[in-house]
Design a protein around this ligand. Structure first.
Ligand SMILES: Cc1cc2nc3c(=O)[nH]c(=O)nc-3n(C[C@H](O)[C@H](O)[C@H](O)COP(=O)(O)O)c2cc1C
Length: 201
């Protein structure tokens, strides 16, 4: 078997949680990626500390590298670190959910994924971005959770005003919020997968 290539960096940046140091073999990096995928859990309890911008940039970048139908990159990612906007979105979300509590579980920041509906694959494209964001967050030891009802939020007048403020138009539909922060507790183990999840035919 030929020697495995040596990995010196991960998409141009350093990623501590993936232990991508010079001299690590591609195979062990792959195993780190698979472990990250299989150990991610939704986080519903966060510390108040804001993650550094560098981590948020790495997570958003991972989101932007998601595959998209015909490579059209229909989604956009809006990184929200401003408390006022974060609280406004949480309040809108709570209204649609019909609760008084914080639907963002105290997460200090979030990324809103929206996608341009003129592309036939926009919903799939945006969902894949959400997946990348959650996995990247986990790889960097941050907690994350997909919070729903972005569609309702940005179809609403208040949401449309936010879109305008962000330089976006009505052509975008909300896909999801990826709330982010340092977890307040260690994550639970992944739930067992249903026995008939996978079949080879
Ligand atoms: C499309 C979608 C919408 C979700 N919406 C919410 C939500 O609004 N609030 C929430 O607490 N979790 C939400 N989740 C997280 C799921 O509840 C969670 O992924 C599921 O319970 C499995 O747990 P795990 O992520 O830890 O594996 C959502 C997940 C997906 C994929």
């Amino acid at each position: 078997m030929p020697p495995l290539p040596i990995i010196t960096s991960f998409y141009g940046g350093s990623v501590s949680a993936l232990t991508c140091m010079k001299g690590i073999y591609a195979e062990s990096v792959m195993n780190d990626i698979l472990t990250t995928i299989c150990t991610r859990r939704s986080c519903r309890s966060f510390q108040q500390t804001m993650p550094p911008r560098d981590l948020l940039e790495q997570i958003a970048k991972a989101g932007s590298y998601a595959a998209s139908g015909r490579g059209k990159q229909s989604p956009v990612i809006v990184v929200v670190t401003d408390k006022e906007t974060r609280d406004q979105l949480a309040a809108m979300n709570a209204r649609f959910l019909g609760v008084d509590s914080d639907p963002f579980y105290g997460a200090p920041c979030l990324m809103v994924v929206l996608a341009q509906t003129s592309f036939p694959t926009y919903l799939y494209d945006g969902s894949l971005v959400m997946g990348n964001l959650m996995l990247a967050a986990h790889a960097l030891n941050l907690g994350s959770c997909w919070i729903h009802r972005a569609k309702e939020e940005f179809a609403d007048a208040e949401g449309k005003l936010l879109l305008q403020k962000w330089g976006l138009t009505d052509a975008y539909e909300g896909i999801g919020h990826c709330v982010l922060g340092y977890p307040a507790h260690a994550p639970d183990k992944p739930l067992p997968r249903k026995p008939d999840y996978i079949r080879f035919v």
